[in-house]
Ligand binder design. Sequence first.
Ligand code: HPA
Length: 275
Amino acid sequence: MSGIYNKLTNCLEQIRKVTDFKPKVAIVLGSGLGGFADEVEAEASISYSEIEGFPVSTVPGHKGRFVFGHVGGVPVVVMQGRVHYYEGYDINDVVLPIRLMGLMGAEVLMLTNAVGSINKEFNVGDFMLIRDHILYGVPSPLIGYNSEELGTRFPDMSEVYKKTLCEKILQGAQSLGIKLHEGVYVQTSGPNFETPAEIKAYGIMGADVVGMSTACEAVAAVHMGLQVCGISCVSNLAAGISETPLSHEDVQEMADKAAPLFKILVTEAIKRIGQ
Ligand code: HPA
């Protein structure tokens, strides 16, 4: 058994002492969306700090706990707060929570995040369905010993964001009259925001939005056979497109503003995916 798998089973054992809840959908809440956890008819919760060996986020605005319960009748586990590569964790620790939710029994992973928009058609407060991603300047979480218990050495990544899930989310957005763009997410390491030249380069590479999470989580999830989908909330225009300097506080504020509608969209998406 690998060190990674060992650590995961240790974490799982600790969680099982608190709850034997088996989620169908695992949801990661990005900046500003933490309040979504209130939408869950909660049956149990556990703080990351209570789980020995679990990476705990240091970013302001990111609470750290799992909430177990139901959304629209669908059994879910919600990650209220995630850890980022820029916090200095090994990439395997960054994706540990994702793998853990897979081992809890989740079949689907829904990733959410706040992003800077590179695509000039997008506005602050808009939402984007993630169709594909570019992992840039961040190592693959699959580097190193491959835990066969989790998945194969060379997993295919030609459909990371499952088309069938994307269709359901698009239909959900349409039924609510919420505009939902579609596009490509690029994950950079952060923690600094990008330079205008970097943003221009990512745009040429095919990215529509930029963020500092998500893509590595999606890779780890696909590796272990989870179905993945993701929705981004545009919290700012990216560097060089924005006329003002970027700040974490502004990103947080705009993500908070968009949160009520984002919550409605995510709830509808979960109901449709969980059917
Ligand atoms: N760049 C990187 N990550 C982000 C941004 C951004 O502009 N906005 C929100 N997360």
